[in-house]
Structures are given as C-alpha cells and as structure tokens.
Design a protein around this ligand. Structure first.
Ligand SMILES: Nc1ncnc2c1ncn2[C@@H]1O[C@H](COP(=O)(O)OP(=O)(O)OP(=O)(O)O)[C@@H](O)[C@H]1O
Ligand SMILES: [Mg+2]
Length: 382
C-alpha cells in the first residue's frame, strides 16, 4: 500500500527544499513528502493522489506566491478533500489571509516564517495524529450507523411478521365467535348433529389458532429474512371444500350464498398447507366482509395444463382504479367498508401477496367499480 503524503507548496525553491528536508528527517518513515512550486502544480498533485487513492493527511502552503495565493489553494484543496488538514505559512502576519483560510478551508494552524524547526515538528506531529484520530472516529461511527441500520431493518422485519401472525388469529376467532353464537341462539331448535358440527368448527379453529401461536413463538421464523415454506403435495379442492363449509356460517349471518364450482380435474400443487389456507381464508373472508347482505359469492377452481387457478367473485362494491393501486400494500384501508362492522386492519391482502409469491404463485384482482370484485390466485400445477 502507498504511504500517505504530506504536500508542501512554496515558490521559494530554497525554503521548499529546507521544508522537505526537515519533514523527511522527522516523518519520512511514515509519509512521502511531496513538493510543488505553485498552486497549479499543487492542484495537479492532489488530482493525481485522488486518482490513485492515496491519502493526504496534511498540506503546508506558503501564502504569498505568484498566481494562486496560499489561501485560495487551500480552499480549493478543502473542496476536494475536506478532511485533509491545512497549515498556512506566512512571511508576515497576514491576518486577512489567515481569516479567509480559517473560514473557507478550515485552517488547522498558521506558522510564521521563518519557522522554528521544533515548532514545525510539534505542529506536524499533532496534525497527523489528529487527522488519523478523526478518521478512526469517523470509521467507528460509520460502523455504528451500519449496525443501527441493520438492527432497525431486523426490527421492522420482526414487526412485519408479528403483524402478519396476529392478523391471522382473527379469522379463526371470528369463526369461534359466530359458531358459539349459533349454538346459543339455536340451541333449542337444533338437533344434536348440528350442535356437534358447530362445536367441531370451534374445535378446528382453536386448533388453527394454537398452530399460529406456535409459529408466532418460533423466534427463528420471525427473525429469518424469509418465511419458511414447507411445501408438500396439496389438493386445493379439499382445502377449499373444508374452508367453504366453515365460512358458510359467517356468510349465512349476512344471508350471503357461497357457490363452489370446479371443472372436475385434478387440483394438486406443491404448496405450504398453512400458507394456502391463510391465502384462501383471507380472500373468502374479504368477499364476505365487503359484500352487502343477500348477495352471492362464486368460488371457482380451474385447471390448465400448467396452472391451477382459484377465482373468488363477489357482488360487492368492487374497487376503483385508485384503490386497485394500493390493494396489496401494508395497512391498505380503501373505500369499500365492511358491511357488518367486521374488524379490518388492511393487512390481509398484503399477507396474501407475500404468501402467494413465496409459493411461486400470482395473485391479482379483476374488478370494476359497482360490478363486484374477482380475486384470482394461480399456482404452477405439478
Ligand atoms: N372483495 C373485496 N371487495 C371490495 N373491497 C375489498 C375486497 N377485498 C378487499 N377490499 C378492500 O381492500 C382493503 C384491503 O383489504 P385487506 O384484506 O388487505 O384488509 P382488510 O380486510 O381491511 O383488513 P384485514 O387485515 O382484516 O384483512 C380493504 O380495506 C377493502 O377496502
Ligand atoms: Mg381482509
């Protein structure tokens, strides 16, 4: 690696030679001592050092020189290398030049000519020490800033996953709430089989919640950059069949009919079971949440040679062009409002998109305002 450089600029060749000699004697082991006889030459050397990435801790310049004056030279160097320390040599105490260099070039010291060799040695020793100390500090702070930025990113990530997990607890909870209300309200005129069915919804939703909480406590998953996918061969039709059974209870409370249609093919894909469940739950619960009373929801499963597609079509308010742009963002609360005061945090579709993409699928919405919304999820089939 190249040694750092101390640059001396003076138009008097004898003084320049004396300066170089003294500095070489005292600092020659650690620094190259470069010299220039005028400002222009000084700038050329600086540009060369910059191009070769060579460090310049200190410049010592005479003030009175033909062409560029010392204060102007130091100001120009300061603009290129603000960290470099600058010392001005003045034949007589040129107060205005010193003031200009202090203001424009952050002058470190001025030394009166003829200089005292001991004073020069001490001043240069202190200057280079202070330069490297400042550099160390600035590197330390840069490292610290990097650590803070990394930590902030990690916390944001944790927060995102916590929000997702907490959000997913709401869907099974609303099934539990509605099922228990059904048991209370219809206890006398329900047969045992129906009551047991409601109870089974409570049981399976509680089980779902336990699984979600286990995931939530899985610090590794929360801390990891990516969601952990556990792909296995899944028949989406079976998952949808089960979900629709559960969600019919919620829909019934708003007199909404759920229709499920398939084209009688195979609907198998490599998916993560919990993720696909969460995706479909969010889309079906949205269709119910944003549909007015007494409407229909059509759920279709289609299979092509390469893909499996699920469409969830509702007769709700649909989405404007503006709303569509924000639809899959975090905390997207748009113009459509829940029609029965259901809770809404604006996270569901954000989660859906993350999960679908993690499973190499696509999700989008075909909608026209007033014509209802159709949400479509598509995955590569096996
Ligand atoms: N099927 C739909 N029809 C009309 N608007 C919808 C539909 N689905 C979602 N939206 C709109 O998109 C917004 C975002 O939906 P998202 O599912 O992300 O959040 P949310 O339903 O408000 O809350 P939650 O976090 O409980 O799911 C909703 O607030 C709603 O305005
Ligand atoms: Mg939602």
């Amino acid at each position: 690696m190249n040694k750092p450089v101390i640059l001396c600029v003076d138009d008097e060749p004898i003084l320049l030679f004396a300066l170089k000699l003294q500095l070489k004697e005292n600092f020659g082991n650690q620094y190259y001592i470069e010299t220039a006889e005028n400002g222009e030459e000084g700038i050329e050397i600086i540009d060369e050092l910059l191009a070769n990435n060579i460090e310049l801790p200190l410049v010592i310049s005479d003030q009175v020189m033909p062409g560029m004056l010392g204060d102007e030279l130091l100001t120009r160097i300061h603009n290129k290398l603000p960290e470099t320390l600058k010392i001005l040599l003045t034949g007589h105490a040129d107060v205005s030049a010193i003031a200009r260099t202090v203001n424009n070039a952050n002058l470190y010291r001025y030394i009166a000519k003829p200089w005292d060799p001991t004073d020069l040695k001490l001043t240069v020793t202190e200057a280079v020490r202070s330069y490297f100390h400042k550099k160390e500090l600035s590197e330390f702070y840069k490292g610290l800033e990097k650590k803070v930025a990394e930590r902030t990113l990690e916390l944001e990530r944790k927060n995102k996953y916590l929000n997702m997990a907490v959000h997913d607890l709401k869907n099974p909870l609303s099934i539990i709430q509605t099922s228990s209300e059904m048991i209370t309200n219809h206890f006398d005129n329900s047969d045992k089989k129906q009551l047991l069915e409601f109870n089974s919804y409570i049981f399976s939703s509680t089980k779902n919640m336990f699984e979600l909480i286990t995931d939530l406590l899985d610090v590794n998953q929360i801390e990891s950059d990516k969601l952990k996918v556990r792909p296995k061969l899944i028949d989406i039709e079976i998952i949808l069949d089960d979900l629709i059974k559960h969600y019919r209870i919620l829909a019934k409370a708003k007199d909404i009919s759920l229709y499920f249609k398939t084209d009688h093919k195979s609907y198998q894909a490599m998916l993560d079971e919990k993720m696909i469940l969460s995706v479909l739950e969010n889309l079906i619960s949205n269709a119910i949440k944003y549909s007015p009373y007494d409407k229909s929801i059509y759920i279709r499963l289609l299979s092509t040679e390469t893909h499996i597609r699920c469409e969830i079509q509702d007769e709700g308010p649909g989405l404007s062009k503006e709303d569509q742009k924000k639809l899959f963002g975090q905390f997207a609360r748009l113009s459509p409002q829940p029609t029965a005061d259901e809770p809404a945090t604006g996270l569901g579709l954000f989660i859906v998109k993350q999960l679908v993409e993690t499973m190499r699928g696509k999700v989008w919405c075909d909608t026209e305002k007033t014509k209802g919304a159709t949400f479509i999820v598509e995955f590569p089939s096996i």
